[in-house]
Design a protein around this ligand. Structure first.
Ligand code: ATP
Ligand code: MG
Length: 363
């Protein structure tokens, strides 16, 4: 599996815009925390590559990822505002070809919007739901009517459930390890919140929630994780009112898309939120933000989202301690709130290089 992978190469896919600035920053941090543990290969992909060559995702990129890499870091792709013939999103294609069926997005802040620490992870199913893009439109005497099919399968729901429970079990183990011995505080717990709308969509969302619940039986380590359910509308409400009550939330593709962008707003800039596209045998770290054409090339993009994504990548390829060190160094830089260091998206006057250096010094 991933954790014991003999492949010690990391693929770097900066792609477009600020991806070319923030991915090298994340690479520097990996090299600083684990000197010469990994070698790196640079791989082509993206809209700019498409404009040069007519190909957005070269087959060679996929082949090298599959055959040589333990995992990869992806920057960001520009999405052209108009439809361009022959172009489709290479990250969507990558997820499909490498079967990266989960999008894992930690949303954490020592001082969340409501003043209490937020520490949740959103696990979004990434292969089905409305995103199968099966739409059609028909003319009727009363005008056009459009339909979209929504696919929810037992298989996909159960494996995303396993991903959520396994993260929760890891968090529980970590909390137990770091809990102060003899302290009077309540014993650590972990919780999975299943997000759905089965009061309305009883068949599709009903299958999702049943399958996620059933996945708790798939591993003995999952038994101690608490489970709760939240209808997606009240999930949004509660997430904004009291985000600190959530731990791991698991959702079908569309709800997951919406709540994870909403959750990013709770912790400040898009420039600090990382994610990982995860499958059973591959992982690609990816900042949540896009290619930010408005600031590309100016050396002021915030590298933290990519550095956090690098930590997520390392945690999944057998380097959880290095990942924790990176996160701690990032937290320290954020907590210090030195506006000479932080980038303009966080109200600072700093640069990509300056933030990266501060994080590396803090390792
Ligand atoms: P795309 O089509 O690639 O998504 P976009 O114009 O939607 O491009 P985003 O990358 O989604 O741009 O960013 C939205 C806003 O957030 C932009 O103003 C951008 O400058 C800012 N932003 C995004 N990422 C960062 C970052 N890492 N550092 C600083 N600002 C950022
Ligand atoms: Mg965008």
């Amino acid at each position: 599996g991933l954790a014991t992978s003999a492949r010690r190469k990391i693929g770097l896919i900066p792609a477009d815009g600020i991806g070319k600035e923030v991915i090298p920053a994340a690479q520097q941090v990996i090299e600083a925390v684990l000197p010469s543990r990994f070698s790196f290969i640079h791989l082509d992909c993206g809209f700019e590559h498409f404009q040069k060559t007519g190909v957005a995702l070269p087959p060679d990129t996929v082949k090298q990822l599959r055959e040589e890499c333990a995992g990869a870091l992806f920057g960001s792709v520009s999405s052209p505002s108009h439809k361009v013939a022959g172009y489709s999103s290479p990250i969507v294609a990558l997820r499909k070809q490498l079967d990266l069926y989960a999008n894992v997005r930690p949303v954490a802040s020592p001082i969340g919007g409501t003043g209490k620490p937020i520490d949740m992870v959103i696990v979004r199913e990434n292969t089905e739901c409305l995103y199968i893009k099966s739409e059609r439109i028909t003319d009727t005497p009363n005008g056009k009517v459009a339909f979209a099919d929504r696919q929810i399968s037992e298989h996909a729901s159960r494996r995303i459930g396993r991903m959520a429970f396994s993260l929760a079990a890891q968090r529980l183990a970590h909390r137990r390890k770091t809990a102060k011995a003899g302290a009077a505080a309540a014993p650590p717990t972990a919780k999975v919140t299943i997000v759905h709308k089965s009061n309305v969509l009883s068949i599709t969302d009903g299958l999702f929630r049943e399958s996620v619940r059933a996945s708790q039986q798939d591993d003995a380590r999952f038994a101690e994780v608490e489970v709760e359910e939240q209808l997606v509308d009240s999930m949004v409400y509660r997430m904004f009112r009291e985000p600190e009550v959530f731990d791991v939330a698991v959702a079908p593709n569309l709800y997951g898309d919406i709540i994870s962008d909403g959750a990013a707003a709770l912790v400040g800039s898009l420039g600090v939120v990382g994610s990982a596209n995860v499958g059973d045998d591959f992982v690609i770290g990816e900042p949540v933000h896009g290619s930010a054409p408005d600031i590309a090339g100016r050396g002021i993009a915030n590298p933290i989202a990519s550095i956090r994504s690098a930590a997520l990548l390392l945690a999944r390829i057998g380097e959880p301690e290095a990942a924790a060190r990176i996160d701690a160094a990032v937290d320290a830089v954020l907590a210090k709130n030195d506006l000479r260091v932080l980038t303009p998206d966080l109200g600072g006057k700093g640069t990509t290089a300056g933030v990266t250096d501060s994080i590396i010094k803090g390792l």
